[in-house]
Design a protein around this ligand. Structure first.
Ligand code: ADP
Ligand code: MG
Length: 344
């Protein structure tokens, strides 16, 4: 509201002009904004620090630290870019690259479910973001449709030709000048995917400890059933099992993102998540047993390759779960993306 903006004005650098609200998180509001010096449209995440605990404040600095680490490692086209951050006594302002399309979550609701072609277009970009993060020893731990944002393109990704054009456009901002990529067009189709919300992300140095803390932070099943079974278990016995070797514990942490990615792929292909129950206890039981089915008739038309890939991602034991390199080699990914990838 207007009053809220006036209150913030003294602390927000003057060259940013706030626009409408883009989204709300648990402790934050995200606004569209314009840098009046450069004319650049951005998103600003504003976190009011007044009622936050020390732990919550630590999470914010962690989020900024992780995004900085990833930016310094070299920006990746599928990871939301941090532009700058300001900290005042009252608020923290995180200036981010604007994603005019908003959340993939809303696109699933709009389309009901995605075609395999569109699913692959989205999945491949997310896979690239995760590989890049993992190579930089960062685990996201909160991959879900609400935290996947996108930029729009002015045509439908419904045919092979459209998909190829979309891939070219989404990875090449110079296409803006040719009029093929029109930023700021509302209701457009899915172009570049950007992984966002690094509030729960962790660097793997403190692997065992932080994994345990992760559970306290993120109550099991807090987020729509995308939580991996080992995060729910995460008791003494998991800790013992992986204590001996650091590489193993790293592997275990990264596998958490692969599980969520499996839940994500399942969800976009049919429009509902693999694990769901109103009752959290029942939901937890389903997750720890990987108790899911490809429900008829929704899954009848989906390829056997897609189902096989999902089944390999949703394996309870993180040691047996498919790895990111194996996903790239999987027929559903490799066969179809190879020619498109060349066009990048
Ligand atoms: P939280 O950590 O509080 O969940 P998020 O970073 O996930 O906050 O942002 C909350 C919501 O704000 C997102 O789900 C999305 O709808 C919107 N949002 C965040 N960043 C952007 C952005 N760069 N461009 C457009 N919308 C955004
Ligand atoms: Mg979020």
């Amino acid at each position: 509201s207007a009053t809220f903006q006036l209150e913030l004005a003294p602390s927000l650098p003057l060259h940013y002009e706030l626009g409408p609200v883009l989204g709300e998180g648990a402790f934050s509001s995200v606004y569209r904004a314009k840098n009046t010096k450069t004319g650049q449209d951005v998103a600003i995440k504003i976190i009011n620090k007044l009622n936050l605990s020390q732990k919550q404040l630590a999470n914010i600095s962690n989020e900024i630290h992780v995004m900085n680490t990833l930016a310094n490692a070299g920006p990746h086209p599928n990871i939301l870019r941090l532009i700058e951050a300001f900290d005042t006594d009252l608020n923290c302002f995180i200036v981010l690259e604007l994603c005019d399309g908003g959340e993939i979550f809303n696109k699933i609701i709009e389309y009901t479910y995605f075609s395999e072609l569109l699913s692959r277009h989205v999945f491949y970009q997310l896979l690239d973001a995760i590989r890049y993060m993992h190579e930089n020893h960062i685990v996201h731990r909160d991959i879900k449709p609400e935290n996947l944002l996108f930029k729009t393109i002015p045509f439908n990704v419904r045919s092979e030709e459209d998909a190829k054009a979309a891939l070219r456009a989404s990875d090449d901002e110079s296409k803006v000048d040719e009029g093929k990529f029109v930023p700021g067009v509302g209701g457009g189709c899915i172009g570049a995917i950007k992984l966002a919300d690094f509030g729960l992300a962790k660097q793997l140095k403190y692997d065992l400890l932080s994994t345990k803390r992760a559970n306290n932070l993120k109550t099991p099943c807090g987020t729509a059933g995308y939580t991996a079974p080992e995060v729910i278990h995460c008791g003494v016995d998991t800790k013992k099992r992986f204590k001996s070797s650091t590489s193993r514990s790293n592997y275990y942490s990264k596998a958490v993102d692969i599980w969520s990615l499996g839940c994500f792929l399942y969800t976009i292909l049919c429009g509902f998540p693999p694990f769901y129950d109103e009752d959290h206890v029942v939901l937890t039981q389903k997750i720890i047993k990987a108790d899911f089915v490809f429900l008829e008739p929704w899954w009848d038309e989906v390829s056997a390759e897609a189902k096989d890939l999902i089944t390999r991602m949703l394996i309870v034991n993180p040691e047996d779960r498919i790895t990111i390199e194996e996903i790239y080699a999987h027929p559903w990914v490799a066969k179809a993306t190879a020619p498109e990838a060349k066009e990048y």
